[in-house]
Design a protein around this ligand. Structure first.
Ligand SMILES: NC(=O)c1ccc[n+]([C@@H]2O[C@H](COP(=O)([O-])OP(=O)(O)OC[C@H]3O[C@@H](n4cnc5c(N)ncnc54)[C@H](O)[C@@H]3O)[C@@H](O)[C@H]2O)c1
Length: 391
């Protein structure tokens, strides 16, 4: 069995999950050759790295100088505006790359990465975890095979409350631009990206492809006056083949979370997640055919929490490409860029409650749960509903 050498880059945010995974599970025939992190307190935060004598470097250059034989897999969990250059650097050092999502900050950059990946003969996999989940892959297999007939329309709703601590954790959260780079950070590009991206993934013609989009329109609002970008979005996109995709998301919410809910309509039936047509709450993907056939994808073992890590290790070993390619990341990135053209509507202070809880501050738009849920049910943008003109 080929021993897979791994480099972890950026471990003090989401990337800490990879350290914990490796700490808790002795993954056979792998080694963490090193960590690259700009912070000074890595060993204090992760004593396991010291215990296992895993060296920490300040940047990629010094890591590869000290390790001229390189590594087989680099895992990037760094700020999104660093991905493009870091991916290129690692490919040039002959390493495969698993990068956290989004793959980079523009469709143009992603297309260049696709070309570069081809030229270097190493893979770039993207960390949209739903794409690696075995129930979703089984559902996609059934969609691609035509089992449910033609896709007619897809929609989803997923909102999570996020407060000042979330936005203050780094220099780029909630920002439109940082150091001249458009990061377009928002619930749509970051914490609630997955439910939109997975719709494009499920509509792709092949298992490792997402459906391209031909149009994206939407409405964006800012409830939290402290941030630069929007924190509420309603999006209507169309795939190249004309399937409408509706998506609703927000951070300026009173409830800790709303959804995820999803409904994917096909000519032969509908796939539900979160809530079925009879109002019953469900935590799995369930297909209900017009002829009464029911398929519960909850019966399928989803795989591991960080299946993307395990799949990337296997892909190195067997010389294949993990399922979430750069192409799979492009339609979501395209939608993020298109939505960035929309004017951000500031929500007037009288409709926003400022709420303090557990040393955090939340901007909560009144009635937002009802607004987003109504739009989701009626399949329209917020401005189409007269009662919500307060926004
Ligand atoms: N898949 C998911 O569900 C999920 C969830 C959260 C975040 N993410 C993604 O993970 C990535 C990181 O997000 P985050 O919220 O942890 O960001 P963050 O900015 O809070 O943390 C990034 C980490 O990278 C380090 N870092 C910064 N510059 C660096 C450099 N030049 N070299 C090495 N390390 C550097 C920081 O010190 C920090 O430890 C983003 O792409 C984000 O979208 C994915």
């Amino acid at each position: 069995m080929k021993r897979v050498r791994i480099l972890l880059v950026g471990v003090c945010g989401y990337g800490g999950n990879y350290v914990k995974e490796i700490e808790e599970n002795d993954i056979p025939d792998t080694e963490v050759t090193g960590v690259v992190e700009v912070r000074d307190d890595v060993y204090e935060l992760f004593p396991v790295l010291k215990e296992k004598n895993i060296p920490v470097y300040k940047n990629l250059e010094t890591f590869f100088e000290a390790n001229p034989d390189g590594v087989d897999l680099t895992i990037l969990s760094t700020p999104i505006h660093l991905h493009y250059e870091q991916i290129r650097f690692c490919l040039l050092k002959n390493s495969n790359v698993l990068t956290e999502k989004p793959v980079c900050t523009s469709v143009k950059g992603a297309e260049q990465l696709l070309e570069f990946e081809e030229k270097c003969g190493r893979f770039i996999s993207v960390g949209y975890q739903l794409n690696y989940s075995r129930d979703i892959l089984a559902l996609k297999k059934d969609i691609v095979s035509g089992r449910f007939g033609e896709p007619l329309s897809f929609k989803a709703l997923h909102a999570m409350r996020r407060g000042r601590n979330y936005y203050m954790r780094n220099s780029w959260a909630g920002r439109i631009e940082i150091n001249g780079c458009k990061v377009n950070d928002s619930p749509f590009n970051n914490a609630c990206a997955h439910q939109f991206q997975v719709m494009t993934f499920l509509l792709g013609n092949k298992m490792n492809e997402a459906a391209e989009l031909k149009s994206v329109e939407g409405e964006v609002y800012r409830g939290n006056a402290e941030i630069e970008n929007y924190d509420i979005a309603a999006i209507k996109a169309h795939t190249l083949s004309g399937v409408p995709i509706l998506y609703y998301t927000a951070h300026a919410l009173k409830e800790k979370k709303l959804g995820p809910y999803a409904e994917y309509k096909f000519s032969k039936g509908t796939v539900y997640f979160g809530r079925k047509q009879d109002g019953q709450d469900i935590l799995e993907y369930i297909y209900v055919g017009n002829d009464g056939e029911v398929i519960n994808y909850g019966n399928i073992d989803k795989g591991l929490r960080l299946q993307k890590l395990y799949d990337s290790i296997e892909a190195v070993r067997y010389g294949v490409h993990p399922v979430c390619t750069v192409q799979c990341a492009i339609p979501h990135l395209y939608a993020v860029e298109e939505l960035a053209r929309e004017k951000i509507h500031e929500i007037s202070k009288e409709y926003v409650n400022i709420h303090y809880e557990n040393d955090d501050t939340f901007y909560e738009v009144k009635d937002l749960k009802n607004i987003l849920t109504t739009c989701y049910v009626q399949e329209c943008l917020v401005s189409k509903i007269e009662a919500f003109h307060v926004l």
